[in-house]
Design a protein around this ligand. Structure first.
Ligand SMILES: [Fe+2]
Length: 394
């Protein structure tokens, strides 16, 4: 919800008559159909869309299956290093997600799709969660009922719940995602916004770094349009009578957008600054941070790796996108580290002394810190390095 956006045609005020000529395929009532999508009931960010046909014309519904990420067998409290680089390709960007860790606020998955869309489906809609898709590899078009926009490598694609969408990759063989499915809305951190609602000067990004839909071409087709609808642990097939991208215009604060990790302006100091300087998104129950390439602390005696720390009240997960991570040994692109609350972690032996000569880091990593503990799935344990908890012995 970065800022107000308007695309296409809308009436002069909310909820006024917005006439429309009858189409050959659908006579209708001579009006466009207003459709409001809200957050927090009707209290916070919302958008209003204007359809050529009612967005409620369901032809059929079928239960596809019920599923929920299952926790692995009980484990001791310990640090984890998951190597997801070799994950086999499977499914599409929706059914090919491999859940690795979860709690009531989010499910973190990796996804290396084999196809753009499963046979028998045209679109996907997450009815009860926001999707954050970090594009580790690939690029293409994100097509949605709000219009379409380009996505590229290192983009966070934020897709609010209720959006009907499909990813149209340029080359499916390059597509590779980290996906955070959020039970609560994804927001710009409140401390980055001034009371008028604009992103403050001095924040690590501005409105210009957020990219919403750029093209809206209403589609009047009638027929069978199949949406794979997810609501938490259930998948339903919903067949609509009209193309869901029949929107002629919309406006508001709620829409899918991209933010590229390389547009995150790092904040640095003379000595080490704590992780909140990397914060990118705020979600109830967790935060997302971007560790972008940056100059390191520049005091002549600065220790340029973090302290050992007890991350009390947060499970800390890093996904290593690329580059050499200064405080870690043994991690590689595609690695996750999970440092749970309850036990301390810190720089690996040898990395502190090595840091004194470093001036810059080219590392790029996505971090998410959760308020409540995460559970690992059996798929996560299959890529876990059992020796990682002992890697601080030196
Ligand atoms: Fe840490």
């Amino acid at each position: 919800m970065p800022h107000y956006l308007k695309l296409g045609e809308t009436p002069r005020k909310h909820h006024l008559k917005f006439p429309r000529a009858a189409a050959a395929s659908f006579k209708g009532e001579g009006l466009h159909y207003e459709h409001v999508i809200t957050t927090e009931g009707f209290d916070r960010a919302y958008s209003m869309l204007y359809h050529q046909k009612p967005p409620t014309r369901v032809k059929r519904v079928e239960l596809v299956r019920e599923f929920a990420p299952a926790p692995a067998a009980p484990l001791p409290l310990r640090h984890h290093h998951l190597k997801s680089f070799q994950l086999p390709r499977r499914g599409d960007p929706y059914t090919g997600r491999v859940p690795l860790m979860f709690n009531a606020d989010l499910t973190c998955s990796r996804c290396r799709p084999a196809t753009a869309m499963a046979a028998g489906y045209d679109f996907y809609r997450n009815g009860q969660s926001d999707d954050i898709i970090f594009v580790w590899g690939g690029g293409g078009w994100l097509e949605t009922n709000f219009g379409r926009l380009r996505y590229r490598q290192d983009d966070y694609i934020v897709i609010p719940r209720g959006t009907i969408y499909r990813l149209v990759p340029d080359d499916i063989a390059q597509e590779d995602y980290l996906i955070l499915e959020s039970a609560h809305p994804v927001r710009i951190p409140a401390r980055y916004l001034h009371p008028e609602g604009q992103i403050r000067m001095g924040a690590p990004y501005s409105e210009r770094d957020f990219h919403g839909p750029t093209e809206l071409v209403p589609n009047e087709q009638e027929g069978d349009f199949a949406i794979l609808l997810k609501d938490r642990a259930r998948l339903t097939k919903v067949v609509m009578a009209s193309h869901p991208f029949d929107v002629v215009g919309w406006d508001g604060y709620l829409y899918p957008f991209t933010f590229n990790a390389n547009d995150f302006e790092p904040i640095t100091g003379t000595v080490h600054l704590p992780p909140p300087i990397h914060q990118t998104f705020e979600i109830r129950g967790y935060v997302v941070c971007t560790f972008a390439p940056r100059w390191l602390d520049h005091h002549p005696e600065a220790v340029k790796v973090p302290w050992a720390h007890d991350n009390t009240e947060a499970d800390e997960v890093l996904f290593y996108v690329r580059g050499q991570f200064g405080s870690r040994k043994g991690v590689e692109p595609g690695s996750f580290t999970l440092h749970p609350q309850g036990i301390p972690h810190g720089p690996h032996p040898g990395t502190t002394l090595k840091s004194f000569d470093a001036q810059r880091t080219e590392e790029l990593a996505v971090m998410f810190d959760t308020q409540y503990p995460l559970q690992l799935t059996p798929e996560a344990l299959a890529m876990d390095d059992p020796d990682y908890p002992l890697s601080w012995l030196g």
